[in-house]
Design a protein around this ligand. Sequence first.
Ligand code: SF4
Length: 415
Amino acid sequence: MVPGISPDSSRKAAELSGKYQGIFAAAGTHPNEADLYSADMFTDIARTVLCPGVIAVGETGLDFFHKRVSPLLQVELFEKHIHLAEVFGLTLIVHSRDAEENVLTVLGENPGVPVIMHCYTGPDKVAQEAADRGFFIGFAGPLTYRRNDRLRKLAGLLPKEQVLVETDAPYLTPEPVRGERNEPCYVIHTAGVLANLWNMDIPSASKILLDNSLRAFQLAPVPRTDLVYMLYNRIYMNITGRCTNHCRFCIRDRTDGIGGYYLKHHEEPSSRRLKDIVDTLQPEWAEEIVFCGYGEPTMRPELLLALAKTASEKGFSVRLNTNGLCLERLSSEEILRLLEPFDDVSVSLNASDMDEYNAICIPENDSAWDNLQKFIQISRKICRTRLTAVRYPGADMKSVAAYALKINLPLRIRG
Ligand code: SF4
């Protein structure tokens, strides 16, 4: 986990995550950098939060030790970071120095996402209170320092399943290599102290610490689903996992996501969560919002309409990616109403006749091909409409292209 401490370092952390498998990133502004705060800077952080591999918001928090930035400004920025984490469902990595009680007050009883009290050295009472609220407590090099019996005693008393080990490299090098530049591999020394406190060997302690980290960052046992993500400077909203087709090429049968995002749904996301996300998104973050799913977005028509309306009213250009089969569930009038807020509609055609369509897309409904044709005609009345097709054995792309030409709509063939 590589946390950022500013817009620039957050972007670099996200780039590292994109480059190397197994590296994850957090985006945030350290409280000592809070004087950099501006709307543009926050836009930068918010955009980075939506990058692949960014699974946490942080560092953020309060630092009343260095007195570099006014407490009021720190609290304001901390609250903005908490809101981002809550809305996007990301873990919070919290820095606190001489401000631990204030941090708990700002966080509240239950921020709704995992919280990590990063590199904890604060009062015992606050650590206990944080643990009671279900927060994780992270320990770094200071746990190994000879005079830190108080911190070791505290670590030994906290529930094992809420303790994390961290490096804080290049700072806070643990004993016995203290004085050198800190490296992630030295974390073994801090883990060794915890193993000792827990009266177990290092491999057993490491297993507990790894399990704790996976839970803290929502990677296991059930991975967190990206409901919103950024690709090609567009924001994508992943609103459902359901679909009435069973296309032979569907990536849902092969993988859990695309572009480094985890898109598989373990349950349908709540309308409330999706509405909060769209309420938070700003047109400065991206030029367009695309409503899609790891499934078919028109499976949730009322929700889709409400979200698209909000996005359009906020000034986004709004696009729908659909299989065009919603006539199975909606009347033509309802579809016209549904499409009202959309500027663009991209319809998956994938075939040039019914037999080809049925063989490749395996629809649940016999009238799928007819419904698809009718939908295209409705859509083109009020939205810029284009077709897409996936190159797949059995789909004759020349005929698909000729079909698109015949009905005079642009076609994009995907590999
Ligand atoms: S329409 Fe899209 S989501 Fe549905 S099965 Fe086909 S490729 Fe998958």
